[in-house]
Design a protein around this ligand. Structure first.
Ligand SMILES: Cc1ncc(C[n+]2csc(CCOP(=O)(O)OP(=O)(O)O)c2C)c(N)n1
Length: 478
């Protein structure tokens, strides 16, 4: 499938004006023809054409002779004449045609297996998961949804400072995570908590990070939802968009050199794909043959910016071919389609040492973050349509219900249990002490340099002078 989509969407840009230039502009023509001729071991080129030092000065007469010789030497069996420029191998054309955006080839199709009612459309594509795996997928998606609800509300109550929900994107997380080897390295943006949950990040770990308490491995230094886990091969999230993308390409290149048979997956939003770092990443991964799976969550919005203001091409998928990257567009609300696409992408990346691009189409059901009110820029009716008519969790539930693997009683029990678990860990995290104050200064460098030691002493003296203003009892002792 990946191969097929590659050839189908390969982009060839023709330059028909070139032939005309050759006939009418001797200076330009001489440069081009001499370059072409030298690439052919100069067999058909008159010595005169190459004798002058700067090739652009080759005489018009020599150029004419050269052109004539090359054309005469071509036999029909050789097919259309191809360019010999080092930059691209392409057939020449005498038609003045621009490649039109969107009209010549139509949009890249969106791969799905299961429709909105949870019905499998093509049985040959059904990954046929066993009951335990299906339940794990459904339970993880639902638990993520419950955790989102509780942490979102807790932010509204001022108990944590910030939160970002994953509403509507649960299938992109669980479908892709399930298709990976758990040792594959993950580079995320910030809206991929389900990947961590699938790998076994505990509710304690989520809560400790969001509460910036002393149990947070990040020592409370980053905003909530900036998770990371060395144990689970999940690189720590950072806020600047797309910076993880070239890093992921580099990590994949290192994996290839290490010959460890692993891949890197890099998640990003369609908004982040407009960053310069996205371009760098695609090109680095392609030219270094790095086993990197670029996974774009195209959820329609980058905060308040709709995709129409983000790009005018055919989404993010259409960019893949331009970088020589095998690409697929997938229905991001279909957990099975996401699974199949990621599984095939991983196999291809590891076996061929090549990057792959997956564009998962979905919809950001929630607000961008707790700092955003999306009713300011989109209609509630639009959001409700996705919740009611095409939601990834509902779709999987309908599939499982049809198979007799799920029902309303199990749904209620799951919701109740998940809620109790999340609240339990939430309350625990809330009562933990904050990290020791010294950790404001540690890990800036490997060891604390003299100037930071001095700043630390100044801060301690300051706190000692104004103890009433600093709730040090909430912080772990150094
Ligand atoms: C380099 C940079 N520019 C701007 C921002 C502010 N910002 C944070 S999230 C965001 C929108 C990202 O949208 P998208 O990549 O589509 O992901 P989504 O939030 O939809 O999941 C912006 C502009 C940032 N964090 N980093």
């Amino acid at each position: 499938m990946l191969q097929a989509s590659r050839s189908k969407h390969s982009v060839f840009l023709f330059h028909p004006m070139f032939n005309q230039l050759i006939r009418t502009l001797p200076a330009v023509a001489s440069r081009c023809v001499v370059a072409r001729a030298s690439a052919r071991s100069m067999h058909a080129v008159s010595a005169a054409a190459l004798a002058g030092k700067p090739q652009i000065n080759a005489s018009a007469a020599a150029v004419t002779a050269t052109t004539a010789t090359v054309v005469k030497g071509k036999t029909p069996a050789e097919g259309p004449e191809m360019t010999l420029y080092p930059g691209a191998t392409a057939p020449f054309t005498d038609k003045l045609e621009f490649l039109r955006n969107g009209t010549d080839r139509g949009p890249i199709p969106c791969y799905r297996i299961m429709d909105r009612t949870g019905t499998i459309l093509d049985g040959s594509q059904d990954p046929n998961f066993d009951t335990a795996t299906l339940e794990k997928m459904y339970v993880t998606m639902s638990r993520l949804n419950v955790m989102d609800g509780i942490l979102y509300e807790s932010q509204r109550q001022g108990r944590i400072s910030f939160y970002m929900t994953n509403y509507g994107e649960e299938a992109t997380h669980i479908g892709s995570a399930a298709a990976l080897d758990d040792r594959d390295m993950v580079f995320g943006q910030y809206r991929e908590a389900g990947v961590l949950m699938w790998r076994g990040f505990t509710l304690d770990e989520f809560m400790n990070q969001c509460y910036s308490n002393s149990k947070d491995p990040g020592k409370g230094r980053q905003m909530p939802v900036h998770y990371g886990s060395k144990r689970l091969n999940f690189q720590t999230i950072s806020s600047p968009l797309a910076t993880q993308m070239p890093q992921a390409a580099g990590a994949a290149y290192a994996f290839k050199r290490a010959g460890n048979g692993l891949a890197v997956i890099c998640y990003f939003g369609e908004g982040a794909a407009s960053e310069g770092d996205a371009h760098a990443a695609f090109n680095i991964a392609s030219t270094t043959d790095a086993p990197c799976i670029f996974f774009c969550r195209n959820n329609g919005y980058a905060i308040s910016t709709p995709t129409r203001d983000q790009y005018r091409g055919d989404g993010i998928a259409s960019r893949g071919a331009g970088y020589g990257i095998d690409t697929i567009r997938v229905d991001g609300n279909d957990v099975f389609a996401v699974y199949n696409a990621t599984k095939a992408a991983r196999k291809f990346a590891v076996e061929q040492n090549r990057p792959v691009l997956i564009e998962a189409m979905t919809y950001r059901v929630g607000h961008h973050s707790t700092s955003d009110d999306s009713s300011a820029y989109r209609q509630a009716t639009e959001v409700n349509r996705w919740v009611k008519e095409d939601h990834p969790i509902t779709r999987l539930r309908l599939y499982m219900e049809k198979k007799g693997l799920w029902d309303e009683a199990r749904e209620q029990a799951l919701k109740k249990e998940a809620r109790a678990q999340v609240l339990d860990h939430f309350q625990k995290a809330e009562t933990e002490l904050k990290p020791a104050i010294k950790h404001l200064f540690t890990d800036v460098f490997d060891t604390v340099p003299l100037h930071l030691q001095r700043q630390q002493e100044e801060m301690r003296a300051h706190i000692a002078k104004y103890p009433a203003d600093y709730p040090t009892q909430l912080y772990e002792k150094d």
